[in-house]
Design a protein around this ligand. Structure first.
Ligand code: FEO
Length: 402
């Protein structure tokens, strides 16, 4: 694949990873991903970010289609996680740049990960400007979006934002621009990415969007380091509006019932909870977490505001996949949820109460006592599950209509 011209001597020179299915080892990526890197030709030629180490030859080949890599004067490392900086040692060795720009935390992390001896590292301050000839770059720190070193680079004259992880999506395709791609697939990829990576930092997303507005930044192009590039006013508006929605997490009229079952009793309880939700008109999805990765629950949460979790008890605990779902969900800090817990048991039966307590600790508004079934579930226990679903559904409808 050739380099792709974005505008005025600004090129995409990154790599497409069609086979990636386990993004960062914590989130499934069924559509693959990309490691976008960008090259700007000016009096000083600048490379923005590199690629995963596996793709360094592709990066060098694409750069070579535009210029000899040794002509690169500056390398900007917006973020040093290995999907973007994994090939930086080789690139520095080949390009011998005059300067490598990064944030103050970026320098610390680069030095900890790579042999940076002799590198011409220049630490940029938040808001610092750099002239490269006809253009000026402004560097804006975006700490914790999504690592402490993260920053973005804005090409003032061209109104291009190299946004690094922010605004990314896990999509692998030969197409580079959002306007060439199917909108429903794009939206799903944006949500999956946000809910599994960016979600805990939503307050910082809002702060950054607010800062962009206050600075009066205009965008002709928003070019993230994963996935497709936004280049039309309609698509850029869609992106920013979608980010506000994902960051604020308004209540949505959908529920998730996720369960893990040893011998099928907890599964029956899950379906009875679903019947209860349906009885009050709340759409729901049921997820067997033994058959689905924990990121599937986060993907579904992008469209849901009720979370009902259930597990059998084994050795005084919920089952291990459910424990993984709880840990993953808790760390990603979703907001504005109602929920409940259930689970079957044959011996001691702690899991439903433990899940209930975990939901409370996550800030979920738990609207009913946990429902337990001794073996069964018998008729009364199924009725209790139905009632749990009904109560969660009614509470959610109240939130949505408030
Ligand atoms: Fe795309 Fe934080 O790495």
């Amino acid at each position: 694949m050739q380099p792709v011209l974005l505008k005025n001597n600004i090129y995409w020179v990154g790599a497409v990873d069609y086979n990636l299915r386990n993004f960062h080892r914590y989130s499934r990526s069924p559509m693959g991903s990309t490691y976008n890197a960008y090259l700007v030709k000016d009096e000083k030629n600048v490379l923005f970010d590199t690629v995963d180490e596996e793709y360094v030859d592709e990066l060098l080949k694409r750069i070579s289609e535009v210029m000899d890599p040794s002509e690169i004067d500056y390398i900007v490392c917006n973020h040093m996680e290995k999907d973007h900086a994994g090939s930086i040692e080789r690139i520095v060795e080949v390009c011998k740049p005059e300067k490598v720009f990064c944030s103050v935390m970026g320098e610390k992390s680069l030095k900890a990960q790579f042999n940076t001896e002799g590198w011409p590292i220049h630490v940029v301050k938040d808001g610092e400007r750099l002239n490269i000839g006809k253009r000026n770059i402004t560097f804006l720190e975006t700490r914790m979006l999504h690592w402490p070193d993260s920053m973005v680079s804005y090409l003032e004259e061209d109104k291009v934002l190299f946004s690094n992880d922010a605004f990314g999506q896990n999509v692998a395709t030969s197409r580079r621009f959002v306007d060439e791609y199917e909108r429903p697939l794009l939206l799903q990829a944006m949500k999956d990415y946000y809910y599994n990576i960016i979600l805990p930092y939503s307050p910082l997303v809002m702060k950054t969007l607010d800062r962009i507005t206050k600075l009066g930044l205009q965008f002709d192009i928003i070019a993230p380091d994963h996935g497709l590039i936004f280049r039309t006013p309609e698509d850029i508006k869609f992106l920013l509006d979608t980010y506000v929605e994902m960051a604020t997490q308004p209540y949505k009229l959908n529920a998730i019932v996720a369960y893990e079952s040893l011998w099928g009793a907890t599964k029956k309880m899950a379906y009875a909870v679903g019947d209860g939700l349906q009885s009050v008109g709340v759409p729901f999805t049921i997820i067997d977490v033994q058959e689905n990765h924990c990121s599937a629950v986060m993907n579904a949460l992008a469209d849901s505001s009720a979370l009902v979790l259930g597990s059998s008890t084994r050795n005084n605990m919920p089952l291990v996949n459910m424990l993984g779902v709880i840990a993953n969900t808790k760390g990603l800090k979703p907001k504005n949820l109602v929920g409940g817990a259930f689970g079957s048991y044959g011996w001691s039966g702690e899991s439903a109460k433990m899940i209930h307590d975990e939901l409370v600790a996550m800030g979920v508004e738990v609207v009913a006592e946990p429902v337990r079934a001794y073996f069964g579930p018998n008729e009364d226990e199924l009725k209790a599950c139905f009632e749990l679903g009904r109560k969660v559904g009614l509470a959610l409808k109240e939130k949505v209509n408030a």
